[in-house]
Design a binder for this molecule. Structure first.
Ligand SMILES: Nc1ncnc2c1ncn2[C@@H]1O[C@H](COP(=O)(O)OP(=O)(O)O)[C@@H](O)[C@H]1O
Ligand SMILES: [Mg+2]
Length: 315
């Protein structure tokens, strides 16, 4: 069965509960494979978790859902929702999420047969120069998401470009497979090499460190600073980020301080976020329209990429 609004190929015979699975998988990492799946005509991302990882992932994702559902309804979470968690034939665990945006931009005719998710890793692989406004926006959106987790005393433990996706035009944190409660006393070193803070990943600072490195990669993408040791490149005295913009040095300083190897000197999340938010340039649009009739205009504009527009209705 194919859905009329979709240009996906027909799904394979493979099923997970009531979900029809499309081969090949769209992604995979250490803990499982992610597929496009259809259920009653709508498409979702379905992660089939490897058996050896199932117990830990179930614990992490369940914890995430318990906390996230309490704040559901807030539209700007900066976190990718989990839609459904289930067990497949009593053996494998799976869960579903909304599909990330398509790498090549908004699509009007459903999904293409060669759908590719816009993860931050895929975005960086395009090797385009980001503008400073893009870097600041990505930073701001991810800091909102991380702030949500930290306020619940949860740490993500695996922030990196592969685990960040663009969904409905916004960047959000995904892959909660290593999420855990904050453990200030006993730091662990789970996570991904190159993003693990010197003191480990169990505390808030480990997430800040990993996010700062992730954002540095975005900031230097496509420039000469992108090769070699990025922290060393960006931290070098007198170095500048590749932007011709008066905010460039303040951005560099915030990233360098948030990626400080010494956790006592490292910026903490609220200060990191405040510095980024101060750099954000917002435009206010005043509209002489009836908010009852055009109340969703802000959502429409955001979905078209006008993410820094704030609408003020004038009646
Ligand atoms: N909701 C989603 N929409 C589209 N692609 C996704 C989604 N979630 C994950 N992916 C893709 O699958 C990859 C692996 O998913 P992830 O949850 O990070 O699993 P792992 O634990 O195996 O790393 C991601 O890097 C991404 O490319
Ligand atoms: Mg992952």
């Amino acid at each position: 069965m194919t859905h009329a609004s979709s240009s996906f190929p027909a799904p394979t015979e493979k099923r997970v509960d009531s979900y029809q699975i499309y081969e090949p998988p769209i992604g995979g990492g250490a803990n499982g494979q992610v597929y496009v799946a259809a259920n009653h005509g709508s498409h979702v991302a379905l992660k089939l978790v490897k058996r050896r990882a199932a117990e830990a992932e179930r614990r992490a994702v369940t914890r995430y859902c318990e906390e996230l559902y309490k704040v559901r309804g807030a539209s700007d979470l900066g976190l990718l929702p989990i839609l459904h968690y289930g067990a497949y034939q009593g053996q494998l665990d799976y869960y579903t999420m909304p599909l990330a945006d398509e790498l090549r931009g908004p699509l009007t005719n459903g999904f293409p047969t060669d759908y590719r998710p816009r993860t931050l890793a895929a975005h960086l692989a395009e090797k385009k120069r980001a503008t400073i406004d893009e870097v600041i926006r990505i930073a701001d959106e991810l800091l909102v998401g991380l702030g949500q987790l930290h306020r619940k005393e949860l740490v993500h433990c695996d922030i990196k470009p592969e685990n960040v996706v663009c969904w409905q035009g916004k960047w959000c944190l995904g892959d909660f497979g290593l999420l855990q409660e904050r453990t200030a006393a006993t730091s662990t070193a789970i996570g991904t090499d190159g993003y693990i803070a010197p003191e480990g990943t169990g505390d808030y600072g480990g997430d800040v460190f990993a996010l700062a490195i992730t954002l540095m990669k975005v900031a230097v993408s496509g420039s000469r600073l992108a090769t070699g040791n990025i922290i060393a490149n960006v931290s070098k005295p007198g170095e500048t980020l590749p932007f011709d913009d008066p905010r460039s040095e303040a951005l560099r300083e915030a990233l360098v301080k948030a990626a400080d190897r010494n956790q006592d000197r490292r910026l903490q999340l609220p200060e990191f976020h405040a510095r980024i938010a101060r750099l954000r340039r917002r435009q206010t649009v005043r509209l002489l329209v009836d908010p009852d009739r055009f109340g969703d205009l802000a959502d429409v504009m955001r979905s078209h990429g006008f993410t820094d527009v704030e609408i003020e209705y004038v009646q």
